[in-house]
Design a protein around this ligand. Structure first.
Ligand code: UD1
Ligand code: CA
Length: 450
């Protein structure tokens, strides 16, 4: 098969009024990535070489953030939001000297999979001039309906506002994803789309009836309804998040991750997890997390930007912040927060502790209530704890400070100076004892009473 090249145009200039947001709609996030980044990801994964995004004036941040996902992105500005047909026209320069397939996608359909885009291209390879991804739904309200001819071919797309009662009863809808075998066909159709409709907009969807009038072949292929959900409101954003999380959970379980209550575990689009990892209920995993083989994440832990080594154990109720790196078999227990710190192999930080900007050596034991005082109000400073060191409970380590290998820190100490390897350091008020003092006090205070 000769592979025609392909170009995608992703429309993202809509105001997204129903989101009630200061942020452009496509900048809202799903599993940590913007709606647009998800669409871009599927487009790239489908092997589409040229990608154009259409934004509105003033949406520079949309173009910039999308360029971070795809460096060769071509950004076009649609001056006024006159409809989806007009939006595609904004990218006409990209189409003019292009001869391959053109796919038009909407920036607000983040669950789209690359396989589905490939299926659409397959229809174009097979000779269709135009292809529309349709889907069946019990709740078609808001979507354009696909009108079929008596032989089951695609005849037209009718927008909800222009539909008759009978047409509104149809459950086969337009996902918004369309493909054109030749860029010049699309340009020609765009030139003839009018705005004589209920919204007074240039509907891209009118291209179907025009193509049919030209005796071109318009084909419909059915997509999974969940995959083409359009996000127009916060409620739809939440529904899409749920679907995305379900997809991530299913994929991780298929790769050998155990979850006792998968519905309560949340992942990021970029989470990486090895085999035989166990994740207990109610765990939140944010951006840039890697969990290696055999690690255990116990209930109610919150993890972002962390690397968890093989066999390590985290939680319950632990918080790992960006830059936390746990080596093999390290233990981080309950009510412990770790930020920008390495925890060495087999080291234990088990209870009620804050470790920030530190390195904890292999096998070191950090006692309950230890705090690295890493911030002086102006700058952050580093704490280094050597291998096999033992930090007694309720110690404050005032950074910058180094605890030598194998050293001991007495409980309750405030350590402000470096400690030599194998030494004992303690800084606390010496204990005093007054014999019989309590008995005397009691006697004095109860004098005169019965
Ligand atoms: C559109 C389709 C409808 C389909 C539905 C699927 C049209 C006319 N209707 O309706 O058939 O069922 O999507 O979700 O295409 N946009 C621009 N510039 C504009 C207008 C829109 O860039 O001038 C962008 C939006 O940012 C959005 C996309 O195009 O990403 C779709 O626009 P939207 O207003 O959400 O269309 P729907 O009413 O959902
Ligand atoms: Ca929409």
């Amino acid at each position: 098969m000769t592979e025609a090249s392909a170009l995608a145009i992703i429309l993202a200039a809509g105001k997204g009024t129903r989101m009630k947001s200061a942020l452009p709609k496509v900048m809202h996030r799903l599993a940590g990535a913007t709606l647009l980044a998800h669409v871009l990801g599927a487009t790239k994964a489908a092997g589409i070489e040229r990608i154009c995004v259409v934004v509105a004036p003033g949406m520079d941040e949309v173009g910039a953030s999308a360029s971070a996902v795809h460096s060769k992105l071509e950004v076009f500005v649609q001056d006024r939001q006159l409809g989806t047909g007009d939006a595609v026209k904004a990218a006409h320069q990209a189409l003019e000297n292009f001869s391959g397939h053109v796919l038009v996608l909407y920036g607000d359909t983040p669950l789209l999979r690359s396989e589905t885009l490939e299926a659409a291209r397959g229809a174009l390879h097979a000779g269709a001039d135009l292809v529309v991804l349709g889907f069946e739904t019990d709740e078609p309200t808001g979507y354009g309906r696909l009108l079929l001819d008596e032989r089951g071919g695609l005849a037209a797309i009718r927008e909800e506002k222009d539909a008759s009662d009978e047409e509104r009863g149809l459950t086969l809808c337009n996902s918004g994803i369309m493909g054109f075998r030749a860029a010049h066909t699309l340009l020609d159709l765009l030139g003839r789309i009018g705005k004589d409709n209920a919204k007074g907009e240039f509907y891209l969807t009118d291209a179907v009836a025009l193509a049919r009038g030209d005796r071109l072949e318009a084909r419909m292929i059915k997509a999974n309804a969940e995959e083409v959900i359009g996000v127009n409101s916060r409620a739809e954003l939440a529904a899409a998040e749920e679907a995305m999380q379900r997809r991530l959970r299913t994929a991780f379980m298929a790769e050998g991750v155990t979850m006792t209550a998968p519905d309560t575990v949340f992942f990021s689009h970029d989470t990486r997890i090895g085999r035989d990892v166990v994740i207990e209920p109610h765990v939140m995993i944010g951006a840039k997390v890697v969990i290696e083989d055999g690690a255990t994440i116990r209930a109610f832990s919150h993890i972002e930007g962390a690397h968890i080594g093989p066999g390590a154990s985290v939680g319950p109720f632990a918080r790992l912040r960006p830059g936390a790196a746990l080596a093999k078999d390290a233990h981080v227990g309950n009510f412990v927060e770790i930020k920008q710190s390495e925890i060495g192999a087999g080291a234990k930080v088990n209870h009620l502790t804050y470790i920030g900007d530190a390195s904890v050596g292999a096998r070191a034991n950090v006692g309950a209530g230890t705090i690295t005082c890493n911030y002086d109000g102006f700058a952050k400073h580093k704490t280094v704890i050597g291998e096999d060191a033992f930090i007694g409970s309720n110690t404050s380590l005032v950074a910058p400070v180094k605890i030598g290998e194998g050293a001991y820190i007495g409980s309750g100490s405030v350590i402000t100076k470096d400690v030599a390897p194998d030494a004992l350091a303690l800084s606390r008020a010496p204990q005093e004892e007054r014999e019989g003092w309590a008995a005397k006090l009691r006697k004095r205070l109860t004098r005169g009473r019965k």
